[in-house]
Design a binder for this molecule. Structure first.
Ligand code: B12
Ligand code: SF4
Length: 662
């Protein structure tokens, strides 16, 4: 590791020691880390709970929408995120088969980390068995929200358990010095397919963990003790990640992973400033709550780059504090009328609900026309107040109370696990299915609902007084044209053909007929949909291939922190990085600093600007080292030097320098 940690900048989440279940002495071998998700195949056909899959939309949201369900494999982001921030070399496996995992285990990792959820507890156990058999020397590290279960359950399966922010935990475990936030942000891209055809790429932005609202059923909020951990502390940090995705593919969609993104108001306000300043229309999907959304106008939300939100409707009488603010009956239609797509979730199984109440609430919910709708059964997760209450009142169904592993397996939001005052488990599960089916039957495919929402945004903002919003309207117009091939299929085999035909006529009248490419795609779309229907029916191509990523952090990586007595602050963007220095050089720090810049510039076309603060000390010898090592990259490095002493001008022999007073 090139640059040491500056202890003054310890992250707010840095609490508690690493929990260890082993008395064995630390392995003397150089750490070699393997991080893996659970193994494929997963799903109901393979013994998992009903909805367990690789996909959030197809598994949990558009599950009743058949061929109209947008498809995208979701990876276990925590693994890339942690691996990108270790000094030790780390390999990440997403959804390996048993054989693929065994092949990697035979390479002899010193540590194997597994991320799992409660419902995939049994899959984690399978992976642990393989590790014990094929890499007996490796320490097993468990992480993810499945770790909410008792130590008694996890101790026999693991050497270490992480119940906190994972980068900090893993670095400490490996004896690596803490790293200040923001951490390095890996670029993770998802591919979305419609009718089996790739249509959009989405860049994932990991902005935070946990949530302060503390809803009684919410695992993540209570896991982080109702704290919000900012992985990207400022709006600038977020915008830098956005820029990197935009460099990868201009116009790429993005999703911010943070439970209630708008809860950190200063960050959102700064992000809006930056989005408006740069003027490039963005398309970001974010998680939010009624409470935080109520503090912004839809227009401000769009100006923050956000044009899609996931917000909980829950239930009319659920009474969570996050629902305080504008009435949801006003909020959701208003967001849509500004072009903002809304994914909203409703809960089935609250004590006050009867079948009649659920149907009444469903009617009111669907009247708000959410673009996407999710229905989950009110379920208890260890560590939450709802779980405590259920256990106290002895309401967990007996079969589950007697068999914890059977209970974990069913923690998917699609199984009724708690005795309800008036409804049976079968009734609650049937009502949930009815909700999904009614949503699709009455409102039609979510993809068509999205087009309708974008069209509303286009109509509202095409002649806006704001340059940014006019550009956003042009972006929507293009997205709508791209969606033209949906219409023939929606009219032929969707549940709401008249509504699809009406919308098609309206958008084509406003935005013009399809060009040749889209006419061809429209002709091919029914065949693509038929193929998709076939693959779904016969379970073909429903499982992803292994995704393997090797992370090897250079010992010279350029990072903020201390190099001897020299303080280094880095503001990183994809092509132009600003490095501020202050303190005192010594020969070692001069060499390591220069090496850090060289390794940063290797294999790309980046540029760096070094700003050396007034008062920074360096001898001729230190400057000679810097100058000579960096001379061959002088066209990519600019240096601002202090006005005194004169010694600094020595650098100009080798590099392009700008005096601070210039
Ligand atoms: C993306 C996501 C998915 C993806 C990917 C799954 C995955 N395992 O990551 C998909 C869509 C496949 C998915 C599916 C499901 N999910 Co999900 N999912 C999420 C979501 C929205 C984001 C998680 C994320 O990536 N965050 C970003 C990363 C960087 O943060 P992180 O995961 O918290 O990781 C940090 C720490 O927790 C820790 N850490 C995590 N893993 C590890 C591993 C090691 C070794 C270490 C040391 C540390 C560590 O370090 C990380 C960095 O600090 C969360 C909700 C949320 N906002 O957290 C739900 C969530 C994890 N999912 C949940 C559930 C219930 C499911 C499903 C069962 C739903 C269903 N009905 O089927 C399925 C299970 C199937 C599966 N394949 O796992 C629950 C888990 C509850 C629980 N106690 O188990 C959550 C918390 C949602 C909720 N509020 O209920 N999900
Ligand atoms: S607002 Fe959402 S993330 Fe926050 S506690 Fe409630 S359910 Fe959890």
């Amino acid at each position: 590791m090139a640059f040491a940690w500056d202890s003054d900048r310890a992250p707010a989440s840095a609490t508690g020691p690493v929990q260890s279940n082993t008395n064995r002495a630390p392995s003397p071998a150089r750490p070699q880390v393997l991080l893996t998700s659970i193994c494929r195949p997963i799903g109901a056909a393979h013994g998992d709970a009903t909805s367990v899959s690789y996909e959030v939309l197809h598994g949990q949201v558009t599950r009743a929408q058949g061929v109209f369900s947008p498809r995208s494999t979701n990876y276990t982001f925590a693994l890339d995120y942690i691996a990108a921030n270790l000094d030790a070399p780390a390999t990440v496996l997403h959804y390996p088969s048993h054989q693929e995992l065994i092949r990697e285990l035979r390479k002899g990792p010193t540590h194997v980390g597994i991320s799992f959820n409660l419902s995939t507890f049994q899959r984690m156990k399978e992976a642990v068995e393989l590790i014990r058999r094929h890499a007996p020397q490796a320490k097993v590290v468990l992480g993810g929200y499945g770790t909410v279960v008792d130590d008694a359950m996890l101790a026999p399966l693991s050497d270490h358990v992480c119940r906190e922010e994972g980068v900090r935990f893993f670095r400490k475990l490996l004896g690596e010095p803490p790293r200040p936030m923001p951490y390095d942000h890996p670029l993770v891209v998802h591919n979305l397919r419609v009718f089996s055809v790739p249509v959009q790429r989405t860049g994932m932005i990991f902005a935070g963990l946990g949530c302060p609202h503390g809803c009684d059923f919410c695992c993540t909020s209570h896991f982080f003790k109702r704290h919000h951990v900012r992985l990207l502390p400022t709006g600038d940090d977020i915008y830098r990640v956005i820029e990197r995705y935009q460099e990868m593919e201009p116009g790429m969609g993005m999703a911010i992973i943070d439970e209630d993104f708008l809860v950190a108001r200063d960050r959102a306000v700064r992000l809006r400033e930056l989005v408006l300043e740069h003027g490039r229309p963005l398309s970001i999907f974010a998680f939010a709550s009624v409470k935080s959304l109520s503090r912004m106008t839809p227009r401000e939300l769009l100006e923050t780059g956000i044009d899609g939100v996931w917000v909980g409707y829950e239930g009319k009488r659920s009474g969570f504090t996050k629902q305080q603010g504008r009435p949801v009956e006003v909020l959701i239609p208003e967001l849509r009328s500004h072009g903002i797509t809304v994914l909203s979730s409703m809960i089935v199984g609250f004590d006050y609900q009867t079948p009649e109440v659920v149907r009444e609430e469903l009617g009111e919910f669907l009247a708000l026309k959410p673009t996407y709708a999710q229905f989950l059964i009110y379920g208890p997760t260890p560590g939450t107040p709802f779980f405590e209450r259920v256990m106290r009142e002895g309401r967990l169904h007996q079969a589950m109370a007697e068999n914890p592993e059977a209970y974990y397996r069913k923690c998917d939001g699609f199984t009724s696990m708690v005795r309800h005052p008036s409804m049976s488990a079968a009734q609650i599960e049937a009502l949930q299915r009815e909700c999904f089916e009614t949503d699709f039957r009455t409102l039609g495919p979510s993809l068509i609902r999205s087009v309708e929402t974008w069209f509303a945004g286009w109509k509202r903002y095409r002649d806006s007084d704001s340059t940014y919003l006019r550009a956003k309207a042009a972006y929507w117009a293009e997205e709508i044209r791209k969606a033209y091939p949906l219409f023939p299929v929606a009219k032929r085999s969707g549940p709401t053909p008249e509504a699809a035909a009406e919308l098609e006529a309206e958008v084509k009248a406003a935005l013009g007929p399809p060009d040749l490419k889209r006419r061809c795609l429209s002709m091919l779309a029914p065949a693509a949909a038929a193929w998709t229907r076939f693959t779904l029916r016969y379970d073909h191509f429903q499982h992803p291939k292994l995704r393997r990523v090797a992370f090897r952090s250079s010992p010279w990586a350029l990072r903020s922190g201390h190099l001897g007595s020299l303080r280094v602050d880095i503001e990183r963007a994809l092509r132009s990085t600003r490095i501020k220095l202050e303190g005192a050089f010594d020969p070692d720090s001069a060499r390591r600093f220069a090496q850090g810049i060289l390794s940063y510039l290797h294999g790309n076309d980046a540029q760096v600007r070094v700003i050396i603060a007034e008062g920074t000390q360096a001898t001729r010898e230190h400057l000679r080292i810097l100058g000579k090592m960096l001379a061959r990259q002088r066209h990519r490095i600019s240096v601002t030097i202090p006005s005194a002493p004169d010694t600094w001008t020595q650098l100009a022999q080798w590099l392009d320098v700008v005096p601070a007073t210039a």
